[in-house]
Design a protein around this ligand. Structure first.
Ligand code: 3HC
Length: 311
């Protein structure tokens, strides 16, 4: 029976069609989807912290409104993605527990501090820009609920990237001190942004199988290269220097060569030893604990409604 089901699964994936929640799927497919989508959701929720840090200190009402909208979007992205994991049988409470206990990951990028408002612009430009490069292919991922969630998320990410770039353009037309703030933020966020795409393909434990199942549509290095190629002209237009002396156009390859990423730093941060790792998880744990009464009240209300309808 399973052999026939497996053949049908392979046929659907091979034909670029979608696997839906009620379809048979290999246990490994379900498991790696829950892993990736849950960690994606965790990243969106934890990712609210670095920027939320600046909402109350935005330099104008306009900037405050934009940043508030962006941070609220990230919360929504997290909820879409947790809902997608629930179609695979995952339990949101269990996923949150795994996150705060360090048994599931979130993107390394959110473990760096936001030191001033130029960081808000650079996060929009580089971090959300990297997210777009990584997430647009996921609109074609083989699992239906994940692909559909990504379509809406990607539309909102393009607003995130554009608002960040516009903020930086404004600062670069400002004072010399503002221009120095932007360059300093670019220097601090460039390499961690390249790390968002994951380890080199040769060290990626999941890529081969995820590509075979058409969960991932490109490898980590392919998307990282695409991001570098896309970002260099944007940096030129902005008037900032990307902090990599080896960055140069290679006409033979048709891509930009760039320097070696500090993979020791990457694995240190992924392992929970980033500059803000402990703070991010403590904040998430406290928010979850503080919200327990809301979850209990909602559950009690839902229970009473069910009892009423049963009468
Ligand atoms: N931070 C933390 N962990 C990372 C990582 C990163 N930047 N890159 C890789 N890892 C982890 C992987 O999770 C994996 O560990 P696991 O097996 O315990 O999950 C291990 O390192 C090996 O990496 P692989 O390349 O084998 O893992 P994947 O095949 O899952 O590739 C990925 C990693 C490219 C991040 C992939 O999971 C992916 O595309 N995920 C969906 C997108 C996503 O999660 N983006 C995170 C940022 S969210 C965001 O940007 C929000 C925006 O609003 C700013």
């Amino acid at each position: 029976m399973d052999a026939e089901l497996e053949r049908e699964f392979d046929r659907v994936v091979g034909a670029e069609q979608r696997i839906e929640p009620r379809d048979w799927m290999p246990d490994g497919y379900r498991k790696t989807l829950i892993r990736q989508i849950a960690q994606h959701a965790h990243s969106e929720i934890i990712g609210m912290q670095p920027e939320a840090n600046w909402i109350s200190r935005a330099p104008s009402l306009r900037r405050k409104a934009i940043l508030l909208a962006k941070v609220q979007d990230e919360a929504g992205h997290g909820l879409y993605l947790y809902a997608a994991t629930e179609t695979l049988g995952a339990d949101r409470e269990d996923l949150t527990r795994k996150l705060v206990e360090g048994r599931q990951k979130y993107s390394s990028i959110f473990n760096y501090p936001t030191l001033n408002f130029a960081d808000v612009g650079v996060i929009g430009w580089l971090v959300d820009g990297a997210a777009i490069v990584n997430q647009v292919p996921l609109c074609r991922t083989s699992y239906g609920p994940y692909a559909r969630a990504m379509i809406r998320i990607c539309k909102e990410e393009s607003f995130h990237q554009r608002q960040g770039y516009e903020l930086l353009m404004t600062m670069m037309r400002g004072t010399e001190a503002q221009r120095r703030m932007v360059q300093d933020a670019v220097d601090r966020w460039w390499w961690p942004s390249l790390m968002m795409f994951g380890p080199p393909d040769a060290e990626s434990s999941n890529t081969a199988q995820s590509m075979a199942w058409r969960i991932k549509r490109h490898t980590n290095d392919e998307l990282r290269q695409k991001f570098v190629d896309m970002t260099v002209p944007q940096a030129d237009a902005l008037g900032v220097t990307l902090p990599d002396p080896e960055l140069r156009w290679n006409a033979d390859r048709g891509h930009h060569d760039f320097g070696e990423i500090d993979w020791t730093e990457f694995w240190q941060v992924v392992g929970g030893n980033g500059p803000c790792s402990r703070q991010r998880i403590e904040h998430r744990r406290a928010a979850h604990d503080d919200g327990a009464w809301v979850r209990e009240a909602a559950a009690a209300y839902a229970h009473r409604q069910t009892d009423r309808e049963a009468i």
